[in-house]
Design a protein around this ligand. Structure first.
Ligand SMILES: [Zn+2]
Length: 300
C-alpha cells in the first residue's frame, strides 16, 4: 500500500507502508480495497462512455452516484476518481508515445476502444483522511454503547496505523538525509499544532497527536543516525514566494496552489513552503554551528 502526499512539517515523502493488521482488520481492509476497485472499474466505464477524462469533470459528473452506488465516504470517493483519471492520463501518454503501435493499428484501436478495468486487489491510495473519516462522521453522533465500543476500537486501529506511517516517514526521511549527506529542517512543533484547523474536534485529536509523534520520531531517528535536524520558525512559509521572497497571503491561491503575485512563480503550495523551510534550516544551522561551515540542508 502506498501512502502518497504525506506533507507535514515541510517534509514531503511518498512512503511504502506494509500493514500488519489483525485477521479481522485485514478482512475489513481487503473488503474496502475491493469496493474501491469495483468503484474504479464502474467509474472508468462511465468516463470512457461519456468521453470525460479530466478529474474535475469526472468529479462534477459522477461523484454523487459513485458514493451512493458503492457506499463510499467522501475521501475514498475522491481518491477513486483521482486514480481513474490518472490511469487514463497515463494511458493517453503511452498511446501518444507510440507504445501501443502507430495510429490506426489494431492493437492501438483495441486499447482506445475499451475502458480501463481495475483488478479487485489493485493498489488503492489511502491517507490519514480516509482513516479518520468514518468515526468522525457517523458513529460519534449515535453515542449508543455499541457505537462507543466500536469507536474506541476503531480509534485504536487508527492510532496504530498513524504510528506505523509515522515510523515509515521518519525512517525514510532520515535514511534519505543520511544517504545524501543532507540535514533535515522541520517546522517548530508548536507551530504545527496551532496551524491545524480541523473542522471536527476528533480530527484535531488524531492530527495534532500524529504530527507531534512524527516530530519526535524524526528527532529520535535523526539523532541516532547523526543527521542534522533543525527546527525553524514557520511564520509566513506558506505565504512567501520561494523564488523571489515576496510575502503575501494571496500568494496561496488555494490549499494546494501557490502563485506569486509579483514574479508569477507557480508551484504546489506545500512544496513552495518546504523550500522556504529548507532555506531557513540552512540559516538556522549557520547560527547554531558558527563558526563551522554550514552544510547544505534540504527538506524534501
Ligand atoms: Zn515570486
Amino acid at each position: 500500500m502506498s501512502v502518497p502526499g504525506n506533507s507535514v512539517q515541510g517534509v514531503k515523502q511518498v512512503v511504502k507502508v506494509r500493514v500488519l493488521p489483525s485477521e479481522r482488520d485485514a478482512a475489513a481492509l481487503y473488503e474496502t480495497l475491493q469496493t474501491c476497485n469495483l468503484a474504479a472499474s464502474w467509474l472508468s466505464a462511465q468516463m470512457h462512455a461519456a468521453r470525460v477524462f479530466r478529474k474535475i469533470d469526472a468529479q462534477h459528473r459522477f461523484y454523487n452516484e459513485l458514493r451512493a452506488r458503492f457506499g463510499l465516504a467522501a475521501q475514498p470517493a475522491i481518491r477513486v476518481i483521482g486514480k481513474v483519471a490518472e490511469a487514463y492520463a497515463a494511458l493517453r501518454a503511452n498511446i501518444a508515445a507510440g507504445n501501443y503501435g502507430p495510429p490506426g493499428s489494431d492493437r492501438r484501436r483495441r486499447v482506445e476502444d475499451s475502458p480501463i478495468v481495475f483488478r479487485p486487489s489493485g493498489a488503492q491510495p489511502f491517507d490519514a483522511r480516509c482513516l479518520s473519516w468514518h468515526f468522525a462522521d457517523e458513529l460519534q453522533a449515535k453515542k449508543t454503547s455499541s457505537a462507543r465500543r466500536l469507536l474506541k476500537k476503531r480509534r485504536r486501529v487508527e492510532t496504530g496505523f498513524a504510528a506505523d506511517i509515522n515510523h515509515q516517514i521518519s525512517k525514510c526521511t532520515v535514511a534519505e538525509a543520511e544517504r545524501t549527506g543532507y540535514g533535515i529542517a522541520v517546522e517548530q512543533l508548536t507551530g504545527i499544532r496551532d496551524r491545524v484547523r480541523p473542522r471536527k474536534p476528533q480530527r484535531a485529536t488524531l492530527h495534532s497527536w500524529a504530527f507531534a509523534q512524527l516530530g519526535s520520531f524524526l528527532a529520535y531517528k535523526a539523532k541516532q543516525a547523526g543527521v542534522a535536524l533543525v527546527e525553524v520558525d514557520h511564520a509566513y512559509t506558506s505565504q512567501t514566494c520561494s523564488a523571489c521572497g515576496w510575502v503575501d497571503k494571496h500568494n496561496r491561491r488555494t490549499q494546494a496552489v501557490f502563485e506569486c503575485g509579483r514574479c508569477r512563480f507557480v508551484g504546489h503550495a506545500d512544496h513552495n513552503a518546504a523550500i522556504n523551510i529548507s532555506a531557513r534550516g540552512v540559516e538556522r544551522w549557520g547560527e547554531v554551528m558558527r563558526p563551522y561551515a554550514a552544510p547544505t540542508l534540504a527538506a524534501s
